[in-house]
Design a protein around this ligand. Structure first.
Ligand code: ATP
Ligand code: MG
Length: 717
């Protein structure tokens, strides 16, 4: 046992948190101050000094990747793998509990996890069953409603019926949805948490068992727990277990999904004598990056207030690049990365962060062109792809014939002559007899019109035959067989062009994934474990492969991570802060926290880029530079200008002063001007001043347009 190795790499405050004898602790600290490091070291401390066994420790992380990293870091520190320790996400841990105690949780043994997409399908089926008007209340809205209730721990039965038609409809759908899920053994993400919480409440002896087992709970990213997660922790801890929670109110970025910053305060009230430790030294970023981050976050009100300093290097200034359009922006990023690699740096040290998933495609294209290997991290990529979901649905059906979501997904994929009418008939039969669609198909097959009957019979036989192989084949062998026998692979092979090609490649990649899969529990069949992980893990898996690659991810999925070189792309109003955040109170502050999270991922160098015109979601838009850029102290920010012929009236960082008549722009009303894309036109009016000043131009070929003056780059014609 080597105690010094656990604490000698810690500063005084970190050491206090790691070695504390207090049962309950809150570590409240800014980004990069060593919160996660404290958790890892505290776990080692609890084992090596307090004598806890791994078995007595429960650690909650925010992603599956973070759990794996935490395990590794603990092993490194204590010199052996912490067998039996529970480390996982809230969802992962809840899933594990429900798997072990399915009967107590009121679930069938082989219950299936529904991802967001599958969930929407079930909601839509409920609409049909209840004759609901999908025009009036879109199913997505109902899905949102259901998830919101679950995050708050509310079942349909708990909800007070209010008289307005919306509430009446939503509640009715929620009820129908609960029934459909119960019937099909389907569990959505919110349900995992809700059931795990109910398990504690309804089965006191089970709760007592776990309270005896676990001695200490550790929670990372505590600021992003929602009500039901907090309730789950609180019941489990009771007044028996110790708890160490670490978090940063400035990094709370999941309010839109029900996370409650208030849980930080609740914790200190609801638990007995919680000691609070603050960490103030940042070890991650240069002083310059830190100054930029502080500049942005200081614009938020209602902060718990923390100081963050570093004795590290000053570092390089942040670079800001205004791309002419999104292609130019992506090209710029790609080239900077090339420079970085040419200097002998690792690709994996680079991250490109963006606000919306849809931004990735252009960036990906630029990287492909420059032959820079990249990986998309998080964001439900691989396992969310259509062809993969179809393949997984076949596998699910093999395990459980009564999985209606899977049945519906594949009954006519690839097309085998089973039309909507037939499917509807099976659906009706299933509903009337309160049975699964599989059972309905079996009983109804002889009564169908000849063609449909044959097709359905063929489908049933095929699945039954594949199911016979289920036990004897390896996971990859089985998947291979399923892809061939179902005709799925052939179907995508025939799909023309690149898309079909990609799909086939993805399916092949699925077989690779199956081959490489190591089931956590080697004593039970691998398939169900694989499927559950595929759904839970969604896309995180990709980041594990060995090739050195650039990482692309949304700002949300970057939480907790760090990279020497970071690009934040799309720093534009409406994109970031996101358009939607401007309409709802509180959301803008959350966007600003997200920006703070982004900036504080960077260790050495940060690039901020935006596009003066952007084509996104099929529309061209002219956006102003993000307000967050304007919050960065100008002495730590420098603008990159690539070529001399890019002329700019004034730097927006210095806040150009344009008056209503366009003063300072060198342009006047009625003047003939030329625009790079729109050609020639006449200035009709000016509006506003400063960096946001706009100009209205009537173009000969394009009609009248409003543009931000400083980005429009109008030249006298
Ligand atoms: P975030 O808020 O982004 O999750 P965090 O507070 O969890 O950040 P860590 O990721 O634990 O911070 O630490 C940030 C970086 O600083 C890591 O590289 C970590 O190894 C390093 N670090 C933390 N404390 C120390 C220390 N006392 N000495 C040296 N390096 C440290
Ligand atoms: Mg952390």
């Amino acid at each position: 046992m080597d105690v010094t190795s656990i604490i000698d790499s810690l500063n005084a405050a970190q050491r206090e948190a790691v070695t504390s004898a207090n049962a309950h602790q809150l570590v409240l600290a800014g980004a990069g101050s060593g919160k996660t490091r404290v958790l890892v070291h505290r776990i080692a401390w609890l084992m090596q000094v307090e004598g806890l066994s791994p078995y007595q420790i429960l650690a909650v992380t925010f992603t599956n990747k973070a759990s794996r990293e935490m395990r590794e870091r603990i092993s490194d520190l204590i010199g052996f793998a912490p067998q039996g320790m529970w480390v996982g996400t809230f969802h992962g841990l809840a899933h594990r509990l429900l798997k072990m105690h399915w009967r107590d949780a009121g679930l069938p043994e082989g219950f299936q996890i529904l991802d967001a997409d599958d969930q929407l399908r079930v909601v839509k089926r409920v609409y049909t069953a209840l004759n609901m008007d999908a025009e009036k209340w879109p199913p997505r809205q109902a899905q949102w409603y259901i998830n919101e209730q679950k995050d708050e721990g509310l079942r349909a039965a708990h909800i007070q019926q209010s008289p307005d038609p919306f509430s009446v409809a939503m509640l009715q759908i929620y009820r129908g949805y609960e029934e459909a899920c119960q019937r099909g053994g389907l569990v959505d993400f919110g349900e995992l948490l809700l059931r795990a919480h109910e398990l504690w409440l309804n089965k006191p002896e089970l709760l007592a068992h776990y309270q005896d087992r676990f001695q200490h709970i550790l929670v990372d990213e505590f600021q992003d727990t929602n009500s039901i997660q907090y309730a789950w922790l609180r019941v489990l801890a009771g007044n028996k277990l110790g708890m160490t929670a670490v978090g940063d109110d400035d990094q709370s970025i999941y309010g839109w999904r029900g996370a409650k910053i208030e849980n930080i305060q609740n914790y200190t009230h609801d638990f007995e004598t919680v000691s609070t430790v603050r960490l103030e030294q940042n070890y991650r970023s240069t002083a310059t990056i830190l100054k930029a981050a502080n500049g942005v976050i200081s614009q938020n009100a209602n902060r718990l207030g923390k100081v963050l300093w570093t004795d590290g290097e000053e570092g390089e200034k942040l670079s800001l690049y205004a791309g002419f359009n999104e292609q130019d922006e992506a090209r710029f990023i790609g080239e900077r990365i090339q420079d970085w690699i040419a200097k002998g740096n690792m690709r994996s040290d680079v991250a490109i962060l963006y606000r919306s998933n849809a931004q990735s495609r252009i960036l990906e294209e630029a990287l492909l062109r420059l032959q820079i290997p990249y990986r998309i991290y998080g964001g439900h990529r691989f396992y969310e792809r259509l062809e993969i979901k179809n393949a997984l649905a076949y596998l699910r059906l093999l395990m459980n014939r009564h999985d209606d979501a899977a049945f519906e997904r594949v009954i006519n994929t690839p097309t085998r002559g089973i039309g909507d009418k037939t499917v509807q008939r099976l659906r009706d039969t299933a509903r009337a007899a309160n049975q699964s669609m599989w059972a309905a198909a079996e009983s109804e097959v002889e009564n169908l019109p000849a063609r449909a009957s044959n097709a359905v019979r063929g489908f049933l036989a095929m699945v039954a035959e594949l199911a016979e192989d289920y036990q004897s084949l390896t996971l990859d062998g089985l998947t291979d067989q399923v892809l061939e026998a179902s005709g799925l692979l052939e179907f995508y092979r025939r799909e023309k062009g690149e898309r079909g090609q990609t799909r086939v490649e993805n399916l092949e990649e699925l077989i690779n994934a199956c081959r490489a899969y190591e089931a956590p529990d080697p004593d039970t069949p691998a398939l169900p474990q694989f499927i559950d992980e595929a759904v839970l893990d969604a896309g995180e898996r990709q980041a594990e492969s060995d090739e050195d690659a650039i990482q692309l991810m949304t700002l949300h999925s970057a939480k907790g991570l760090e990279f020497p070189l970071v690009f934040m792309a799309g720093m534009e109003e409406n994109l970031f802060p996101h358009k939607m955040s401007l309409e709802e109170s509180g959301r803008l502050e959350e966007e600003r926290r997200l920006c703070y999270v982004g900036i504080t991922r960077a260790m050495e160098k940060l690039y901020l880029t935006f596009a003066e015109t952007r084509r996104l979601y099929g529309k061209e838009s002219f956006n102003r530079v993000s307000r967050f850029i304007l919050d960065i102290p100008s002495d730590v920010l420098e603008e990159v200008r690539l070529s001399a012929n890019v002329s700019r009236p004034t730097s927006f960082v210095k806040k150009a002063t344009l008056s209503d008549d366009g003063e300072g722009s060198g342009l006047g009303l009625g003047q003939q001007v030329k625009h790079k894309i729109f050609g020639e036109g006449v200035i009709l009016s000016f509006e506003g001043s400063g960096p946001n000043g706009r100009v209205q131009v009537n173009f000969a070929n394009e009609g009248t347009k409003w543009m931000v003056l400083q980005y429009a780059k109008l030249q006298p014609a």
